[in-house]
Design a binder for this molecule. Structure first.
Ligand SMILES: [Zn+2]
Length: 417
């Protein structure tokens, strides 16, 4: 199982300019290869092979006057850049053919110097961790790392990232064995909300941290300041950094919080069931800010990753499942309830329900039913695996595992509309 471990790194001024040069070269190589592929397609020629492209845009290009500077940086990140282009094409083709699930993937696009994130990947040949804890990158030098936690094994690659706030991170990919926790009997359903972050079917309530809302005031002030600065000025660049830093701080705090919550849930529970919320759809609406703040998709991804690692199960209940309309006591379908309705009495059995707790209980029942009805019987622990982690994502990720959502038509025996 591939996991990602990310650390802040502190390159010196000299190393920063070497990195900037390498970012630039990797981008040019990527764009040249993309242009060559587009041209081949235009000319009706076969899709150029990676080895041929590598010769063309790296080896041969170095010998030309206009690309001679490619020789001044390490070759490893340049080759990785071409691999990224291959992956981008593969994702596109798989998306078109339906092999890849989720959001449709477009054709690879040219990279720009102005892109928000710059990244470089080094494989085993391109980096080393020194005895003194520094990270040696080929042709860059020994970079200081803040080891916030220890690496569990030798990493197979490292990605160097520069974010818009000017911070550098090293993200290592490490291959580790899953370490299954002792099995438990507990299973829970989780209802994600806005008033409270989540309500669990056992009655636990996770309060909404609203980090973003609190930090928003600060952000708004920083943004106002930015809008007043003249375009292209030094002060504008400074103000832009300030905005980016404020955003980054909120994101980090949220990420830590989500890690803590998901670790606790996975430790205490054998199986977790969630609703398949259409976060992308919600994210565009009026609730956008709160949804974004809440980080539901990250919450789900972290649960799925940790479940796979520790031998737990995450089941996803279809979003058409009317979790807030059903009575969890008698199964009566009571009809839609506006968000403002926090409590309601069942029209059939008369039980008074807390809206979210009732929904969590319904999600638990539907998830358990789905699991029993799933093709091939109850699913094994840890088979509900998320989509492939993008190489540029930070945090702890799983690598190349197939996506097999626990999902069946008519969730919980209730016909999906
Ligand atoms: Zn009822």
């Amino acid at each position: 199982m591939h996991l990602r471990y990310s650390y802040r790194i502190y390159p010196t001024a000299g190393q920063r300019s070497a990195l900037a040069r390498t970012f630039g070269c990797a981008r040019v190589v990527y764009n040249d290869a993309l242009a060559a592929r587009k041209q081949a397609r235009k000319d009706g020629l076969p899709y150029p092979k990676s080895t041929g492209l590598q010769k063309l845009v790296i080896t041969a290009a170095k010998k030309t006057a206009e690309r001679a500077w490619l020789a001044s940086v390490g070759v490893d990140p340049l080759i990785q850049s071409l691999r990224d282009l291959d992956t981008a094409y593969r994702n596109y083709f798989d998306s078109v053919s339906g092999k890849r699930q989720g959001r449709p993937v477009g054709l690879p696009r040219f990279k720009s110097r102005k892109d928000n994130r710059q990244s470089l990947r080094f494989t085993r040949n391109g980096f080393r961790i020194r005895g003194n804890g520094k990270l040696n990158l080929a042709k860059i030098g020994d970079v200081r790392v803040r080891w916030s936690r220890s690496l569990p094994a030798d990493p197979s690659s490292v990605t160097i990232l520069l974010d818009p706030s000017g911070r550098y991170h090293a993200s290592f990919v490490v291959d580790v064995e899953p370490s299954h926790l002792p099995e438990l009997d507990t299973e829970i359903g989780i209802d994600l909300g806005l008033a409270t972050y989540a309500v669990l079917s056992d009655g636990q309530v996770i309060d909404n941290p609203r980090f973003l809302r609190k930090a928003e005031k600060k952000l708004r002030a920083a943004q106002r300041e930015l809008s007043r600065k003249a375009k292209g000025s030094k002060n504008r660049e400074k103000a832009r950094r300030k905005v980016a830093r404020a955003h980054a701080k909120v994101a980090d705090t949220r990420h830590d919080w989500l890690h803590k919550q998901t670790t606790r849930i996975i430790r205490e529970t054998q199986a977790v069931y969630l609703e398949d919320l259409n976060v992308r759809g919600l994210g565009r609406g009026r609730l956008a800010k709160s949804v974004h703040d809440a980080g539901w998709s990250t919450f789900r991804r972290l649960l799925e990753e940790k479940a796979a690692r520790y031998g737990r199960t995450v089941g996803i209940v279809h979003r058409a499942f009317p979790s807030s309309q059903l009575c969890s006591q008698c199964g009566h379908r009571d009809g839609p309830k506006p968000l403002a309705v926090r409590e309601w009495a069942c029209g059939a059995c008369g039980v008074l329900h807390d809206r979210d707790l009732n929904a969590a209980r319904n999600i638990l029942a539907a998830g358990q039913a789905d699991r029993l009805n799933a093709p091939g019987g109850p699913v094994r622990p840890g088979v509900a695996i998320p989509h492939r982690a993008r190489p540029d994502e930070r945090g702890t990720h799983l690598g190349d595992l197939p996506r097999t959502d626990v999902r069946a038509a008519g969730a919980g025996g209730i016909p999906a509309r």
